[in-house]
Ligand binder design. Structure first.
Ligand code: NZQ
Ligand code: ZN
Length: 388
């Protein structure tokens, strides 16, 4: 294992009716709160009313910012920063999925930065101070509710950038699985693909002797794979929703990288390139790319894929070469996602090879893409062509 610090300051309130913890956790009365949400799902499913009830009990002075886009945009972050400054906001509350939370993270650090917050997102400047924020999660997917990462799209530049800061952890997150009943089937599937991809990215590490973390990861994958096929047929099942919601948070809150090199993450970079140009759902893009990344890497080093094949997909290794088993592992992942209803080809989103060069270039927003196998523009191109 590598030396590591295990640290996560986010208070997680998990379970039915935990919204009641909102006023308790927000503390003193009379705070000036910026309530941030997306396109309005929270007004249809009752979450907005439940949140407002809490805020009114603590006599908060509430200002709203609505309309945060899926794949949240820099322009909306700018709006939020302006409101916080004008209204002297004390606390930001994100109510929604990963997009709303990521937008709030960028607002919270942008408020105290004199330049354009894009400098921090693109790592040209470091965040020095942040407005505290909390979240009420409505969609199980990204893990943003308990990590310090955020992904923001600059639509003018067609760049989708991930960034992180020790200041970007939510103070608290409230997770009531019942709040996810209304998540439609397609978004439920994208969320499942995303959380599985987070575990898989971390599983593709090169650290020797991490047996416990490997088994933690395998157990998260097995748990999701047991619940997901039942959930897609029974979207209002509380037990299945709670299993998936907890798995999504644990998949990407730092725990599963303890003591390892952190894993690969090339598939995420490639997906961010796709969303930056075509604005597709994150989980949909990952469902297409990830198994093709595995097939691409199998020839060079099938070792982690063979482990996955046996320990997670339950494949029988006897009589098979490592390469055969690794390919079967990628096929098993593809079949699992396809049976849930995830897309498998870029043409499912109407994407062809006409902007291939640009897609390759947009995958390289970080100095380094991939760690299990460091990518070059040629290798990314190969994965994208396999995905067409
Ligand atoms: O906008 P509203 O009306 O709320 O509708 C949303 C949106 O249309 C809807 N939704 C959310 N909760 C709902 C609901 N509909 C009905 N009932 C509910 N309870 O779902 C749609 C998608 O929401 P979004 O927040 O975009 O989804 P998700 O949570 O998958 O977030 C995706 C974003 O997170 C980034 C992705 O790149 C993408 O931008 N990621 C963030 C990460 C992080 N911060 O750690 C890591 C991830 O790898 C990922 O990159
Ligand atoms: Zn993701």
């Amino acid at each position: 294992m590598e030396a590591f610090l295990q640290y996560n300051p986010t208070r997680l309130w998990f379970g039915k009716d935990q919204i009641e913890k909102l006023k308790q956790d927000l503390g003193s009365e009379g705070k000036r709160v910026l309530l941030v949400y997306g396109g309005g799902s929270i007004k249809k499913n009752g979450v907005y009313d439940a949140v407002c009830e809490q805020l009114s009990q603590m006599k908060a002075e509430v200002t709203e910012l609505s309309g945060v886009e899926p794949n949240p945009r820099l322009t909306t972050v700018h709006k939020g920063i302006e409101i916080c400054r004008e209204k002297h906001i004390d606390f930001i509350l994100a109510v929604g999925g990963g997009s709303v939370i990521d937008c709030v993270k960028a607002i919270s650090i942008g408020v105290y930065y004199d330049g354009d917050v894009w400098d921090i997102i693109t790592r040209k400047a470091a965040a020095q101070k942040a407005l505290p924020f909390g979240t009420v999660l409505t969609l199980a997917a990204t893990g943003s509710e308990m990590n310090n990462l955020s992904v923001i799209t600059n639509w003018e530049l067609n760049e989708k950038r991930g960034w992180g800061s020790p200041l970007a952890y939510p103070v608290f997150s409230i997770l009531d699985p019942a709040y996810t009943f209304s998540v439609p089937l397609d978004q439920t599937v994208y969320g499942i693909v995303d959380m599985m991809s987070h575990v898989l990215e971390q599983y593709f590490h090169r650290t020797e002797n991490a047996p416990m973390i490997d088994r933690f990861m395998e157990s998260v994958l097995l748990t999701i794979m047991e619940a997901a096929p039942k959930l897609v047929k029974d979207l209002h099942n509380f037990k299945l929703r709670e299993t998936i919601m907890y798995a999504g948070t644990m998949a990407f809150n730092g725990l599963l990288s303890s003591g390892t090199d952190g894993g690969d993450w090339a598939s995420h970079q490639i997906e961010h390139g796709l969303s930056a140009i075509y604005d597709i759902p994150h989980g949909g893009g990952l469902a297409i790319v990830f198994p093709n990344w595995m097939l691409h890497c199998a020839e060079e080093d099938p070792s982690r894929m063979t482990k996955l094949a046996v320990n997670v997909f339950g494949l029988d290794p006897s009589g098979k070469s490592d390469l055969e088993l690794a390919r079967e592992s990628a096929a098993a992942l593809r079949t699992f996602w396809t049976e849930l209803g995830a897309p498998s080809r870029l043409k499912d989103y109407g994407i062809d090879s006409s902007r291939l060069d640009e897609l390759v270039q947009k995958s390289f927003m970080k100095d380094k893409v991939g760690s299990y196998k460091p990518m070059t523009p040629e290798t990314v191109r190969d994965i994208l062509i396999r995905s067409m």
